[in-house]
Design a protein around this ligand. Structure first.
Ligand code: ADP
Ligand code: ZN
Ligand code: ZN
Length: 805
């Protein structure tokens, strides 16, 4: 007898452990570790991951595995152990960890099949339900919107009907007709037949000739296109047994229509050669090492990545490159595809689920050896990893904000250790955590201090917007910025304008009494959406009509404040009507391919101004851009987040880096209400080192990372007293468990004290060395599992949180 240990798809504390099932004889040699199977679980049939195969079990009366979902394992041995590690490191369920490693298209949904146990029951059913069963059993998804559905549900609850759960097998693969030389035929026989073909069989001859030379499966379409033939000769070869019909998997190639110009390795600068050397050594000697590649914008980091990967491919190994979603631009993709062609798979959120699945399958089958993608690409199922690169390592999007709450950097280092290969973290503005590790020697610090071709860093001018207002300029453009824009347009050069929308953008306020409309379900001000003339909550989607009168004081001086990109665009067309503007924000880039189109319009010079949110701050490289304007530098400074200064510094440095990357010199104008703030001041001097020193002093003083670790426990409940009380209990429990060096703050209301009608309280733990912390948190979650389910209490534990709200 063979037994499989299986993690089942039930997200609950009590079921977060392997369950044993008998592998039925018919599947004995078929079921292996890392596959998904369907198993009976209570009254249901659910999916599970096989994590182990054993000869016996301690449990009596085991049930059998029902059927298989996968025919090949979807998780490698390495990914299975990574999953285990993730559950320990992030306190998530094993199931969530495994699910996170697979493309969304593979997370099959369940459907329910409803059937009549016998004809006699029929008359007991509601009269509107009876006709539904005229052709036998039904799928719930097919009838759930039927007028009889409520009666159907009632009949089910009365146990009149049988319900079975089935896993929908979504068709993910696109298949097409293909042929191959019949494997049961000897090659000589095929050749003999070919040589015997006369004038009449000429077309058949061509087909055989071609297939004998290519030795590959071919789609029928390809054969017809390539050889200029019809179906007839193929059909007759099939009927004679020389060819065999097969199905060929067709990949939906999102870049099919694009041509990538082949590029080759540039000869490296002295600085580049110096930093690439230890990376190459690490690759050649199969040594795990973490490198922090600290290089100013435009210093040629990407070329270092490309030539490191080159070495990895020469060794027959594979590479993962992570870039932030936001900078996964066509420009970035082009650089990797241009160098490595069809060896590259690309994974980003702009792809449909099917396209992502296709890219993932190429990795799984070993058809590509480089993957470029956003966060989740770190789980690419490569088996011989030779390098992992994380570009813009400071980006907060590398931390997943739902379970499993992992940071891609930690996963990269885990995999790097497993495969004995280097991990390269690149940034012009590394996180304090990474730079501190680089300075202490935990990571190897590599520096690129100069821009390519000795291009100067752009000159930066700070403009005090309070001063502008005092001088009577009420527009959103300072006099300096406006003059410079005019100048560039006259010279035929291009401009990038960034509006940091993350602060308060377009909220509504009564000018008489200061009333700000907030969401009735969440404690957050509503955002004005001009196109629909609605106020919307960005947390729960609540929307209401724009108030024309203040509900507090009845004044009609109720206006929207803050500037959105839309408003800036309108203003631009008023004050500089001659310029053509490309606007890039979530609204204009949500459609597939729109990102690419907008950038192409700017690149071709059809537009002179590129206006956008943070999404334009990264990764873009346009030769003709000589002016960058930041409309309001300080919106992000005032968020309740200890990283606010760091994030402001990073963003300003990144966006400034868009100017003057090539032969034309660049300039930056930063508009701000707090020019004296050190983030803004030091960013304007491109002085990361001074910023690092200053910010480290602040972090040390306030006991924040990298001096302390953080853990954030957030509790939510519809009753405020319950949320507060439970958080208090958790805080004192931890106080007892942890050493006196740990600092426990709270219970306090979260910065966003209510979301979707649920009150939120939190407690923050600052600690340096608490070996008992993880086990205490585990214990806590275990203790609370009943309460969480029965009372609808939510407890979230975030280790190393990036979002403090
Ligand atoms: P970063 O990633 O550090 O911002 P990039 O890799 O984008 O910098 O390099 C900036 C520019 O310099 C790019 O246009 C790139 O093609 C060019 N470049 C990089 N390395 C070299 C080199 N060794 N020789 C010539 N040009 C280079
Ligand atoms: Zn009012
Ligand atoms: Zn809301």
């Amino acid at each position: 007898m063979k037994v499989a240990s299986i993690i089942v798809d039930v997200l609950a504390k009590g079921t977060d452990r392997p369950f044993d099932y008998i592998i039925p004889q018919s599947l004995e040699d078929v079921v292996v570790k890392g596959m998904r199977v369907i198993v009976p679980f209570g009254p249901r049939k659910i999916q599970g991951f096989v994590i182990n195969i054993k000869e016996s079990s301690d449990v009596a009366r085991l049930k059998e595995i029902d059927e298989m979902v996968d025919l090949q394992p979807v998780l490698t041995e390495e990914l299975l152990s990574l999953g285990k590690w993730l559950t320990e490191e992030t306190l998530c369920y094993a199931m969530s960890a495994f699910q996170a490693m697979l493309p969304a298209a593979m997370k099959a949904k369940y459907d329910k099949e409803i059937s009549l146990p016998s004809e006699e029951v029929k008359h007991q059913l509601h009269e509107s339900v009876r006709p539904l069963f005229s052709k036998g059993s039904i799928r719930f998804s097919d009838v759930k919107n039927h007028p009889a559905a409520p009666y159907l549900l009632k009949d089910i609850s009365k146990n009149f009907l049988d319900v079975t759960y089935i896993v929908k097998n979504r068709v993910n693969k696109k298949m097409m007709r293909g042929v191959m030389l019949s494997p049961s035929m000897q090659q000589e026989d095929i050749e003999k037949y070919r040589d015997g073909l006369g004038k009449k069989g000429e077309k058949q001859k061509i087909v055989l000739q071609y297939l004998l030379a290519q030795k590959e499966k071919m789609s029928v379409k390809h054969l017809k296109d390539e050889l200029g033939i019809t179906d007839a000769p193929i059909k007759s070869l099939i009927s004679k047994g020389f060819l065999e019909k097969i199905e060929i998997e067709l990949y939906r190639n999102p870049f099919a229509k694009r041509e990538f110009q082949k590029t080759s390795a540039l000869s490296l600068t002295e600085e580049q050669s110096k930093v690439i050397k230890p990376i190459h050594t690490s690759i050649e000697e199969d040594k795990h090492n973490v490198f922090l590649l600290y290089g100013v914008t435009g210093s040629g980091k990407t070329e270092v990545y490309l030539q490191s990967i080159q070495r990895v491919l020469e060794k027959g190994e594979e590479a993962i490159v992570l870039v932030p979603e936001i900078s996964l631009t066509p420009q970035m993709v082009t650089r990797f595809k241009g160098r490595f062609g069809s060896k590259v798979a690309v994974l980003h959120s702009g792809l449909s689920a099917g396209e992502k699945y296709d890219e993932w399958r190429k990795i799984q089958r070993g058809e590509v050896s480089v993957v470029v993608g956003a966060r989740s690409a770190i789980f690419a199922p490569f088996k011989n990893l030779g390098i992992i690169i994380i570009d813009e390592e400071h980006e907060s999007s590398y931390k997943q904000e739902e379970n499993p709450r992992y940071h891609a950097r930690d996963v990269a280092i885990y995999r790097g250790e497993y495969h004995n290969c280097p991990v390269v973290l690149g940034s012009a503005t590394p996180t304090l955590e990474s730079f501190a590790r680089g300075s202490k020697g935990n990571y190897t610090l590599l520096t690129l201090s100069k821009r390519m071709n000795n291009a100067q860093m752009p000159g930066v001018e700070k403009v005090d917007m309070r001063e502008e207002l005092r001088n009577g300029n009420r527009s959103m453009f300072s006099t300096v910025l406006f003059e410079k824009m005019k100048d560039r347009l006259a010279k035929g050069e291009q401009i990038v304008l960034m509006l940091n929308k993350r602060g308060h953008s377009s909220f509504i306020m009564c000018r008489d009494c200061g009333f700000v409309p907030t969401c009735p379900h969440c404690e957050i001000s509503l955002t004005y959406h001009r196109h629909q003339n609605l106020m919307k909550c960005h947390y729960c989607g609540h929307q209401e009509q724009l108030a024309t009168k203040c509900p507090e004081c009845e004044s009609d001086h109720i206006r929207y404040f803050g500037t959105g990109t839309q408003k800036v665009e309108e203003e631009l067309t008023k004050v500089i009507p001659e310029a053509s503007v490309v606007r890039m924000d979530v609204d204009t880039t949500s459609r597939k391919g729109s990102h690419e189109k907008l950038l192409a319009k700017f690149e071709s010079g059809q537009a002179q101004i590129l206006l956008g949110t943070q999404m334009i701050a990264k990764g873009l490289d346009f030769e003709n851009v000589t002016l960058v304007g930041v409309l309001s530098a300080d919106t992000m400074l005032h968020l309740p987040d200890f990283r606010a200064s760091e994030k402001t510094f990073q963003l300003l440095t990144q966006v400034s880096g868009r100017a003057g990357r090539h032969s034309l010199p660049g300039e930056v104008v930063i508009q701000t209400y707090t020019p004296e703030h050190y983030s803004i001041d030091l960013a304007s001097h491109h002085d990361y080192d001074a910023f690092y020193k200053k910010e480290m002093i602040m972090r040390k003083m306030l006991k924040y990372p990298p001096f302390y670790y953080l853990a954030l426990v957030t509790v939510a409940h519809e009753n405020m007293a319950v949320a507060m009380g439970e958080t208090d209990k958790i805080a004192s429990f931890l106080q007892n468990k942890l050493s006196s060096n740990a600092i426990i703050l709270g219970a306090v209301p979260s910065p966003i004290a209510k979301i979707k009608d649920r009150y939120r309280y939190q407690c923050m733990i600052k600690y340096r060395n608490e070996p008992d912390l993880f086990s205490s948190l585990h214990f806590l979650l275990e203790q609370y599992k009943g309460k969480m389910q029965k009372q609808n209490l939510t407890i979230n534990v975030d280790l190393n949180p990036y979002v403090m709200m």
